[in-house]
Ligand binder design. Structure first.
Ligand SMILES: NC(=O)c1ccc[n+]([C@@H]2O[C@H](COP(=O)([O-])OP(=O)(O)OC[C@H]3O[C@@H](n4cnc5c(N)ncnc54)[C@H](O)[C@@H]3O)[C@@H](O)[C@H]2O)c1
Length: 237
């Protein structure tokens, strides 16, 4: 029964998975200190050196198999009992799903899927679980396969659906996102005026002028617990 529940739309970024051992990109010790964006997160990188890129995502997939959702993911899942929770994540991990969240839009793709190189919309993405991919892997039709990840410079097919969710939010939250990667960061502009909005991040994140957020300067586990207590007090009798 979702009819009577307020709709809570949550935009998550790499920060929500940090306490599960998944590195963010920009923080110190983050992935950009070890790799260049061009080498492991651009379509040009893949055509230039598919083996390096395939190995990079194979390693992340191995890491993901053993990663567990943290308190932040779990609280969002538990909130489904009281709210119609819609998660829009920039993350390619499956920790929201592992925590039990039912509605998750993966804006930037999923580590546990692969798709043919010419399938830009990801409509033919298939589950590969946690297995290693070969860099010259082909499907049964003979199509060259690639990780189902939206790389820099590529379009984000699910952005319109995500924007629709944000427009229909009764309550909105941004958790663990530096709000610098577009078009995901632009989703805050789809908020209806007056919508209650939270921002949870241990560091300062700049939000566009004119938008009001209840800022909780904490890591996701602690920040989500504070948000949960406030939401239950305000919306659930
Ligand atoms: N887990 C993943 O799937 C993963 C990991 C790294 C990067 N990415 C990709 O990289 C891109 C980077 O954009 P982004 O905005 O998601 O990440 P980002 O790296 O730009 O920003 C991460 C944000 O999380 C905050 N943060 C750090 N530790 C935190 C914690 N414990 N709790 C809450 N917040 C914390 C940081 O202060 C920062 O503002 C995304 O497009 C995403 O697809 C995904």
């Amino acid at each position: 029964m979702t009819e009577n529940k307020k709709r809570l739309v949550v935009l998550t970024g790499a920060g929500i998975s940090a306490e599960s051992g998944f590195k963010t990109f920009r923080d110190s010790g983050g992935l950009w200190e070890t790799y260049s964006v061009e080498d492991v997160a651009s379509i040009q990188g893949w055509y230039r050196n598919p083996k390096l890129m395939t190995d990079f995502y194979n390693d992340l997939r191995v890491q993901l198999e053993h990663a567990q959702p943290n308190e932040g993911h779990k609280i969002l899942s538990e909130l489904q009992e009281y709210f119609d929770v819609r998660i829009i994540t920039q993350n390619v991990d499956n920790l929201h799903e592992k925590a039990g969240s039912k509605y998750v839009i993966h804006l930037h793709g999923e580590l546990t899927k692969a798709r043919p190189v010419n399938d830009d919309d990801g409509l033919r993405a298939v589950d590969i679980g946690y297995r290693k991919m070969e860099y010259d892997e082909r499907d049964s039709e003979g199509e060259l396969m690639r990780p189902h990840i939206v790389w820099f410079g590529e379009s984000v097919p699910l952005i319109s659906e995500a924007a629709r969710q944000v427009r229909n939010a009764d309550i909105f939250a941004v958790i663990g996102s530096s709000l610098v990667v577009y078009p995901a960061a632009g989703l805050v502009h789809d908020l209806r005026g007056g919508t209650k909005a939270y921002l949870i991040d241990p560091k300062e994140v700049s939000v566009p002028v004119g938008l009001k957020f209840r800022v909780i300067r904490e890591v996701a586990s602690k920040g989500c617990a504070i948000m949960r207590d406030e939401l239950l007090k305000e919306f659930v009798s």
